[in-house]
Design a protein around this ligand. Structure first.
Ligand SMILES: Cc1cc2nc3c(=O)[nH]c(=O)nc-3n(C[C@H](O)[C@H](O)[C@H](O)COP(=O)(O)OP(=O)(O)OC[C@H]3O[C@@H](n4cnc5c(N)ncnc54)[C@H](O)[C@@H]3O)c2cc1C
Length: 181
């Protein structure tokens, strides 16, 4: 970072966070603005909306759900740090503390502007059987892999699945379609 440039820090490397980072980059070049983004998960700019289509088999490869990879973001001068969780925001000090989830190393990063785009946690309604084995939350990042490998539809068990989205519970049509194939 040059002495004259500002730094934007973004917490959360999915739809909202990387849209904000990309728009900021469109408005200001790297000489004017440094952008550092932190994502604790395995994927950036991930289409959670496509998960039901992946589970249902309409999307064949998980990679097709990634709209923009970390490398693509970095090529546009966005310093996206994957598998790095922000654990503390020091507002008066204008800095965030982050932890590299692989090494455990911690560091402080200063910011002039901060975007918090950490998403939401889906509501799990108190339905009978909600905690039963085989009932999974369908979330981006590492959980997706677990949903995929355990999904009864893809294992040919003939059962269908429901999935809680960030915006609530939904019945993914592609998944139920897959169950009847
Ligand atoms: C199965 C499913 C289907 C969906 N279908 C639709 C649809 O058809 N249409 C629609 O409009 N929407 C749909 N959605 C909702 C849509 O995906 C979300 O609205 C969107 O992903 C929200 O983006 P976001 O960036 O705000 O949050 P998220 O996608 O939740 O991203 C937040 C990111 O922040 C990261 N993060 C959180 N805390 C930290 C931290 N402390 N440090 C570093 N990183 C952190 C998380 O790992 C995550 O990657 C669906 C969601 C799901 C799960």
């Amino acid at each position: 970072m040059s002495l004259m440039s500002e730094r934007l820090v973004v917490i959360g490397g999915d739809a909202a966070g990387m849209s904000a980072a990309s728009q900021a980059r469109r408005l200001k070049g790297p000489g004017e603005l440094e952008i550092v983004a932190f994502e604790r998960g395995h994927f950036s700019s991930y289409s959670a909306c496509g998960i039901p289509y992946w589970v249902g088999g309409d999307v064949s490869a998980r990679g097709e759900l990634i709209a923009r990879s970390p490398e693509e973001h970095r090529a546009r001068d966005i310093d996206l740090r994957m598998r790095t969780e922000v654990t503390e925001i020091d507002v008066p000090g204008q800095r965030v503390r982050s932890r590299d989830l692989a090494s455990g190393a911690e560091a402080w990063t200063g910011f002039d502007k901060l975007v918090i785009a950490t998403g939401a946690r889906p509501l799990r309604p108190p339905l009978p059987g909600i905690d039963a084995p085989g009932v999974h939350g369908c979330r981006p990042s590492a959980t997706v892999r677990r949903c995929w490998t355990r999904c009864p539809v893809r294992r040919g068990g003939g059962r269908s699945s429901s999935a809680p989205g960030t915006s609530g519970w939904r019945w993914p049509r592609p998944c139920s379609t897959g169950a009847t194939r």
